[in-house]
Design a protein around this ligand. Structure first.
Ligand SMILES: Cc1cc2nc3c(=O)[nH]c(=O)nc-3n(C[C@H](O)[C@H](O)[C@H](O)COP(=O)(O)OP(=O)(O)OC[C@H]3O[C@@H](n4cnc5c(N)ncnc54)[C@H](O)[C@@H]3O)c2cc1C
Length: 422
């Protein structure tokens, strides 16, 4: 690795990491992005049939930046000529953005430990960065906070242990997403199932199976996506869900199926090969020897199942878990406290217990609202960059392009679900 000292290290080269790095790159700030794999690695692992549910459209010139863009002045619709890009296509877009902004991205480098410098043994002083003579040393005392006042709580900086050796930095942006932590351990026997994140192609999965009968646990976006892809491959599919996401409508796309997915669901409705069953709370999966898998479910409150108190569904193929993802905080987990599962952050998306460590991406939550889509969490990139820029004492005016393109969300009281008049 070429850069061993930096003002800021961004961990993860997905949408959140590359997007935050671009915002930081507009400032006079030495930064490096580290990824254990490659740029857009999670997107490259999407099933090949899957597409973005959020549409891309080249609307930037009217101040409405493409919903899937990670910078104010790019548009995946323009780069890719696609309204609903595939994972591979979107990873190509991320690579193009990183190239255009000449980001320093080190791939194949995993961050294995995160040490705030106050917590590590005093070691040799790190080499100064190219710009650091103008700012406090990487392990030096108080620095101005975002209002320009000294903040005694910041910042000893960090030592990141990586597979390519230690990296010293004043600020860390943790952007490792969720794809690396599929929610698998959901019921007894779930280890016999296959999670959607393990599938690279539903067509290949169907072709490799000895029968055409499948059962999917979970009927939200990834469950319905898998179901439709398997039905399109000629299979018969049953989907079980504790609720009925396919029958629920509402203004918050984090809670109901997207129009894109509903449309796909409608497109296979007359095949009679898809059965969606709501109100089924799956409780266990078991298999005797080489026999079929038995998936036992109880009825959710207010629902009845065919067999009364519980129903057992048998399926010859490994049940498919479309049960979502957990935060993949890895070695940073101890530095992000949670309350009732929600990661606690300051209003600048910084860890309240480990100053200088920021979180970017779909696990950012404020006032009960999850910033789980790209168009939501991207509006926090300039907030993080502005905070870091202010603390190291550099001009943050280059970030003005973000509010100009409506890609800057500072007032957290305004991020409730959108309401629609019709
Ligand atoms: C199946 C699926 C479909 C989705 N569809 C949409 C959609 O249509 N529209 C939308 O807006 N959002 C969608 N999302 C959500 C969005 O894609 C994700 O929230 C987004 O990928 C998150 O970006 P990220 O940069 O936080 O994480 P990722 O893109 O997952 O990037 C994380 C990166 O961190 C790296 N990494 C992890 N740990 C380490 C480590 N210790 N050291 C170094 N590197 C590390 C990984 O290699 C990876 O490259 C979808 C998500 C999924 C899972």
């Amino acid at each position: 690795m070429t850069l061993r000292n930096a003002d800021a290290v961004v961990v993860g080269a997905g949408a959140a990491g590359i997007g935050t790095a671009v915002a930081l790159s507009l400032l006079d700030c030495e930064l490096v992005v580290l990824d254990r794999d490659e740029i857009g690695a999670s997107f490259r692992r999407w099933p090949e049939e899957m597409r973005f549910i959020t549409p891309s459209f080249p609307s930037n010139s009217f101040g409405l930046t493409d919903l899937n863009a990670i910078t104010p002045n790019t548009s995946p619709a323009v780069t890719l000529d696609r309204e609903h890009p595939s994972g591979d296509e979107y990873a190509d877009y991320l690579e193009a953005v990183a190239d255009f902004h000449d980001l320093s991205v080190e791939t194949g480098v995993e961050v294995t430990e995160v040490h705030p410098r106050s917590a590590v043994e005093p070691g040799p002083a790190p080499e100064p960065t190219a710009r650091s003579s103008a700012v406090p040393a990487v392990d030096g005392g108080a620095v101005p906070d975002s209002e320009g006042e000294p903040d005694e709580t910041t910042d000893g900086g960090f030592v990141l242990e990586t597979t390519a050796g230690p990296v010293h930095t004043r600020f860390v942006v943790w952007a490792t997403g969720q794809f690396g932590s599929p929610r698998r351990d959901v019921v007894p026997g779930a280890d016999a199932c296959v999670h959607t994140s393990e599938i690279r192609s539903w067509t290949d999965h169907a072709a490799a199976s000895s029968t055409d009968e499948f059962l999917i646990v979970g009927g939200y976006e990834s469950g319905i996506d898998a179901a439709v892809a398997l039905v399109e491959a000629g299979c018969r599919v049953r989907v079980l869900d504790r609720g009925e996401p396919w029958a629920t409508r509402g203004p918050d796309p984090s809670e109901v199926l997207s129009p894109h997915t509903l449309r796909r669901l409608e497109s296979v409705a007359d095949t009679d090969r898809l059965l969606v069953e709501g109100g089924a709370v799956v409780e266990s999966v078991r298999r005797d020897g080489d026999g079929p898998f038995e998936v036992r479910a109880r009825p959710a409150d207010g629902y009845e199942l065919d067999e009364g108190e519980s129903s057992t569904y048998t399926v010859p193929t490994r049940p498919i878990l479309a049960t979502g993802f957990e935060p993949a905080l890895g070695p940073a987990a101890d530095h992000f406290q949670r309350e009732e599962g929600v990661i606690q952050l300051t209003e600048r998306d910084e860890s309240p217990t480990t100053p200088g460590l920021f979180l970017a991406g779909p696990d950012v939550t404020h006032n009960g609202v999850k910033f789980c889509f790209i168009y939501k969490f991207r509006a926090r990139f300039p907030i993080i960059a502005e905070t870091i820029g202010s603390r190291i004492g550099v001009e943050t005016a280059p970030l003005d392009v973000y509010p100009e393109q409506n890609m800057y969300l500072e007032d957290l009281s305004c991020c409730g679900p959108d309401m629609c008049d019709c």
